[in-house]
Design a protein around this ligand. Structure first.
Ligand code: PLP
Length: 225
């Protein structure tokens, strides 16, 4: 099942890219494995998944270390923190995550910088943007982004790689398009080579059409479709 799901997800990414003339190999599929077992993650990796997304630090740590002591530990898997990150979890998070998608305050960035400096790491992060202010719980208002970017650029152990958003829940994926477009336009306005993390199981095709560089797929990979 996981194998077929991954093949289908790849096919849909390809189709979306063809639609708008993008190169599909440039889109990273992140398999969101929250609430899934290490066995399921192994299966996804066997099927070619290279990027794993988790939304809770404790759960991710457990799975990360469990996988590391198996043959899978030798593979170059990238771990993505996609959930809200509390400052008291930052120290653990910087140990295992290659990319933290959910920086939504300067305070959090400062904490990440401190923790990363202690282990001589430059932590890659994305800034989470609230593209649907009335619905999103976390994320910064679009008009705050350039200000916070200027501040984060001063932090030596944090590197901003891009922007992330969670689109509002909608009935039809087309209705999510404006949120994705808003994130892309924000990036274009900032005029820096920033990647976009957007799109989930129900709407990732639209997100790719709107320029997503990373899509975060949970149910679409691990659940029966
Ligand atoms: C759970 C989650 C996803 C994946 O959701 P699906 O609808 O299962 O694809 C993506 N992004 C974030 C931030 C999540 O928490």
């Amino acid at each position: 099942m996981i194998k077929d799901n991954i093949a289908k997800a790849r096919e849909r990414v390809k189709k979306a890219c063809l639609e708008v003339g993008r190169i599909h190999a440039a889109v990273t599929i992140i398999a969101v494995s929250k609430n899934r077992s290490v066995e399921e993650i192994k299966e996804a990796i066997t099927c070619g998944v290279t990027d794993i997304g988790e939304n809770k630090v404790q759960e991710a740590l457990k799975k990360y270390y469990e996988l590391r002591v198996t043959d899978y530990g030798l593979r170059n898997i990238k771990w993505h923190m996609i959930g809200h990150l509390q400052t008291n979890k930052v120290k653990e998070a910087v140990k295992i995550f290659d990319l933290i998608h959910s920086v939504d305050s300067l305070r959090l960035a400062v904490e990440i910088n401190k923790a990363a400096a202690k282990i001589n790491k430059v932590q890659d992060v994305l800034i989470e943007v609230k593209t649907s202010p009335e619905e999103a719980k976390y994320g910064l208002n679009p008009d705050k982004i350039t200000g916070i970017l200027q501040e984060i650029l001063q932090l030596r152990n944090v590197r901003v790689k891009g922007l992330m958003t969670i689109a509002a829940l909608v009935d039809n994926p087309e209705q999510a398009r404006p949120y994705f477009r808003m994130l892309r336009e924000l990036r274009d306005k900032i005029n820096q080579p920033l990647v976009l993390s957007m799109g989930m199981t129900d709407d990732f095709q639209v997100a790719v059409e709107e320029g997503a560089d990373m899509v975060r797929i949970g149910r679409g990979i691990f659940s029966r479709q």
